[in-house]
Design a protein around this ligand. Sequence first.
Ligand code: ADP
Ligand code: MG
Length: 321
Amino acid sequence: MDCAQLAEALAEAQTREEAVRRTLALLEEEGLIACGEAYWVGEGLRLFQMQACRTQCPLLARSRELAGEALAQGSPVAQGSLLALPVGPRGRPLLVLVLSLQEGARLPEALPALLLLALKRSGVGQAARFLRAQEEERRRVGRELHDGVGSLLTAALLTLKVAEKRPEKLPEARAQVAEALEEVRRLSRELRMPLLDDLGLEAALRRYLEEYGKNSLRVEAHLQVPPLPKEKEVALFRVVQEALTNVLRHAKAHGVRVALWTEGERLFGLVEDDGQGFDPAKTPPSVGLLGMQERIQSLGGSLQVRSAPGQGTRVEFGVPL
Ligand SMILES: Nc1ncnc2c1ncn2[C@@H]1O[C@H](COP(=O)(O)OP(=O)(O)O)[C@@H](O)[C@H]1O
Ligand SMILES: [Mg+2]
């Protein structure tokens, strides 16, 4: 098998999972491996199985252990016919393949590099799709505000002007304002995530993270949130959502950690990524970061953004319960 074949198989992969699946399938088709498995490398170098051997092959009974050894050594580890192959930068691989090699099989040398390339590319594609969907949603809301509420209020304003001279027009103006108000209510109902109303903050965040996790970022969540008043839940949800959107949009991160927990009479939160970071002192504060600050302050809490170029970003906050 040559590299061109592998590159071609990987070219079309839309997700990281698919890139791994295609790689294993091709190696198997080409008679290089009997079977194989793949593990994601999570926070603290923990392994998560992402692709298990379909046949539950006994050869792979030790695959997790072997993947762990390869991870610890930062290089491939062979044992009998088994090979554990880290893929990604030394010291911080993205995943480890464990392959049960056929006798005399020689893997293409460029396999780890090609797979890494495909993983990165498909991750970027997924993030872009997610952001586009979010952008589209905002444009839609903006349009509805402008065309719906905006035009109703404009009409009311005109009617009021007329009513200055002809008071019999006042009921009409009042009806127009009432209609605009109804429109605002409808829009806000739509925006106020029914999830949050039905499930509460913790479960709603878990749902959100499930969707968010499809962006091929490693997501680690530690959520322990007691039931809170609705306004608090909405504010906290939006803060975490903004921090996570920033990670996707600006951080170029591999992983993100989200935590919410209580200590004594306070609730603490943390969104931390391992991305490129930025210099908060040199970055003019804009709507997103300011909005987070404002929301937390309105709950009587405080929020810090700690970041430096190359050091990732950490958003921390605490609010009274
Ligand atoms: N997690 C992050 N990683 C890297 N840069 C970030 C991160 N969060 C925020 N930033 C930087 O801070 C700036 C301000 O963020 P924000 O106020 O949310 O505005 P916006 O997201 O609309 O650009 C961003 O444009 C970006 O340069
Ligand atoms: Mg932002």
